[in-house]
Design a protein around this ligand. Structure first.
Ligand code: GDG
Length: 474
């Protein structure tokens, strides 16, 4: 019997390659997406196609890497230095990323980068097509690969294509700024099922298809060549059990003791983000500054541990952001600090998952306050790690997670007065209220976990294709 297969496609493969004195080493990614999709690509003859994360020029080495990865059901798309510059760092991260996160003034419009984006998307599509048979399913991920669905559809009709966007989709008035707006959404609607984190994102996408391409829609169905394409919300999540069990692990005890000893009697507030202007780092520091100036009683009573993971810091906006964060942190520490107390402990590096977990577990308050975020998994990881069910989440309404975690204290990060009030509310929240709110949020994250997300998306993809087949034989 000719069994169908599923092909996952994403910019990065779930593996990290390192070269050490002629030896190649492969380390599997621990990221949430890799965990969730592991149940798919490690099954049967399913595969995952993507960039292996290293620039490899040598043909023999490429051959070797391809052979090694094939054993893990991974198929590499090799990209040159120039392609990474123009397609990934250029068009993906300096055009789509700022525009889709509502920072249009940061978006750079370069015809050269767009040409590279098209060419690299075609490269990915060609490798998918070389492995694709009628009846197969393809699940394409994220803003780097928005043209791939149509590139596959134009060559193969009888395959199911799903597309999921991990970042927000902006409203029409922002999306229309993009010179290549029509081409981009024409690329996406080659899919049978198009998923976003929130209902709002899916509505904005449908609206752009109507306004730019003149397509019609009924509820969450867009009509493309008279056939329905389903557009819907699929809020991504985490492996709840993994974070919950990690927090119960005795191995963390030493990290926990360290953190508790360092904070003393003070309450511990944390934030964990990649260095990015979308994450609201500056507004958060300004709110913390105002908290200490407006409510001096919190001096020596709160410690803010801010973990910033280095990212894209060769790009001007990122290096400027880093300088601004450095300046604000040292200014706040210099103005309020005492011989016994440093208000902010700032780390600009990555932590091990064990240390991260210990931080989540011991933190009285987590500040997850992006200016804009597709979902934000840190908020869910924090909730899953609170095994004593105490702790307060302060969450931005601009994060997709705020639609589900409505027992958090929800704020608008631009509204500094209510931000500071939220910090006070979090610092003063009675234990019973913390318990009630945390229990409710844990139920949601435990139930709608990453495995549920994968299952629902794949099921809906099958349903979408069944519906299309039925309509097209009428
Ligand atoms: C995109 C969208 C959407 C962070 N620091 C360390 C560390 N992390 C891990 C966290 C979390 C992940 O990185 C960050 O995930 P987010 O969801 O917050 O953000 P993005 O990376 O921007 O992801 C986002 C996501 O896609 C999924 O669809 O939610 O909105 O922007 O898992 O734990 N992990 C370790 N050490 C660190 O120092 N080990």
């Amino acid at each position: 019997m000719n069994k169908s297969k599923t092909i996952i496609v994403s910019n990065r493969l779930p593996v990290k390659i390192t070269f050490n004195s002629g030896q190649i080493a492969y380390q599997n990614s621990e990221g949430g997406l890799a965990t969730g999709l592991g149940s798919i690509y490690r099954t049967g003859n399913n595969i995952w196609i993507g960039w292996p994360g290293a620039i490899i020029e040598d043909d023999m080495l490429k051959e070797q890497v391809s052979v090694d990865l094939k054993e893990k059901s991974l198929f590499p798309v090799f990209l040159s230095d120039e392609e990474i510059n123009k397609y990934y760092e250029g068009f993906s991260n300096e055009t789509l990323w700022p525009l889709f996160h509502y920072f249009p003034s940061y978006a750079r419009y370069s015809e050269e980068n767009w040409e590279s984006y098209k060419a690299v998307n075609q490269k990915f599509a060609d490798i998918v097509l070389a492995n694709l048979k009628n009846g197969d399913q393809v699940w394409i991920h994220d803003y780097q690969l928005m043209l791939v669905p149509q590139m596959i559809r134009s060559k193969m009709q009888d395959v199911s294509i799903g597309f999921f966007l991990h970042i927000p989709f902006p409203s029409f008035e922002v999306f229309r700024l993009l010179p290549w707006r029509a081409e981009l959404i024409k690329g996406v609607i080659g899919a049978d099922l198009i998923g976003f984190h929130t209902f709002d994102d899916s509505k904005y996408f449908i609206n752009s298809c109507q306004r730019i391409l003149g397509l019609t829609s009924i509820n969450n169905q867009l009509y493309v060549n008279d056939l329905p394409v389903i557009v819907d919300a699929f809020p991504i999540s985490i492996d709840y059990v993994k974070y919950n069990e990690l927090a119960s692990n005795k191995v963390l005890k030493q990290h926990e003791d360290n953190i508790i000893r360092r904070k003393g009697e003070a309450k511990l507030m944390i934030s964990v983000d990649r260095l990015d202007y979308s994450k609201g780092l500056i507004n958060r520091l300004k709110a913390f500054d105002q908290l200490l100036s407006q409510f001096p009683k919190y001096k020596e009573k709160v410690v803010f541990v801010q973990l910033v993971v280095p990212s894209r810091d060769t790009v001007k906006q990122y290096s400027e952001l880093k300088e601004e964060v450095d300046r604000l942190v040292s200014d706040i520490n210099a103005r309020y600090g005492t011989l016994n107390w440093q208000p902010i402990q700032y780390f600009y590096r990555s932590f091990s998952i064990e240390l991260l977990s210990a931080l989540y577990k011991t933190a009285d308050i987590a500040l997850v306050t992006p200016m804009r975020d597709g979902m934000n998994l840190v908020s869910k990881e924090y909730v899953a790690s609170k095994i004593d069910k105490k702790g307060v989440l302060v969450l931005s309404e601009m994060a997709g997670a705020s639609r589900e975690l409505n027992d958090a204290i929800i704020i608008n990060p631009n509204d500094q007065i209510s931000y500071v009030n939220a910090l006070v509310q979090a610092l003063e929240m009675p234990d019973e209220e913390q318990l009630r709110r945390m229990t409710a949020m844990q139920e949601i994250v435990a139930r709608f976990n990453i495995f549920h997300w994968v299952k629902v998306f794949m099921q809906r993809l099958e349903d979408a294709k069944t519906l299309q087949r039925r309509l097209s034989v009428r």
